[in-house]
Design a protein around this ligand. Sequence first.
Ligand code: F6P
Length: 319
Amino acid sequence: MKRIAVLTSGGDAPGMNAAIRAVVRNGIYHGLHVFGVYRGYTGLIQGDFKELSVGSVGDVIQRGGTILYSARCDEFRTEEGRQQAVEQLRKHQIDGLITIGGDGTFQGAKKLTELGFPTIGVPGTIDNDINGTDYTIGFDTAINTVIDAIDRIRDTATSHERTYIVEVMGRDAGDIALLAGLAGGAESILIPEVNSSLEEIVARLKHGADRGKKHSIIIVAEGVGSAVDIGRQVQKATGFETRITVLGHVQRGGTPTAFDRVLASRMGAKAVDLLLSGKKDMMVAIRNNEVLGIDFDEASGQKHHLDLSNHHLASILSI
Ligand code: F6P
């Protein structure tokens, strides 16, 4: 193996740059030429490759976003698009590819391996919704961003004695809502993995009010539904003054936390090690603080596990 390439695809996540840096520098350390592919699978199809030097990834470990840019590429979903991608990889004499992204990225990566091209995935998504890994790159930064927002909202909620409904990202997964809600002391956490009725939410709010609580924060994962709708129903059912905040893409940007930088550095370096040891179709994962390779089939297209004991704990602690 002499020449490898790296790309980022799907939604960007803080720590992706630290992962790219680790791929480039560990690759060069092992005598490889490392190429960056720009704009994810779109750049792969179009042949947008550039060799990356040690210096080209200097001063990026602390930056959010991705220096390789990202895209969601419909063309890559077609057989023809993927054939073009493999042709470009062969034209540039690339021996192995590292894809950094979420589940959509890995479904694409798996297709490349089926076409015979060695590909290793690195989980980079704020959603933490990939099966087989305890954490994905960007999740820790995102929940810290959400906690910061909850703390600020709580100040106003207290001053005005209001109920706030805060909608967070996560696609179909409740990880961001659950951990940020637990860490932020939310009164209720609504996630797709647990059914919560309006009656229960209202009962909790009223119970809190009865014991003197003057404000409340409810965290809603986007996969549950619109915070606007839920807010309207809550206000109608309780009569409490209610406001809605949809945090949106602020959760995707920003300086990665130390946890995400370390995770990204370990995972990026491991991806290179896996390619060098002849592995062709794996995703890098972290389990019990060990970074390892797992089969794409275990990671891609599978429902990931969310520890619901934290939901139970949050409901006990926020009575
Ligand atoms: O997968 C990351 C994520 O931010 C999800 O939480 C969210 O549902 C989605 O991407 C938003 O995608 P886009 O940036 O394309 O609107």
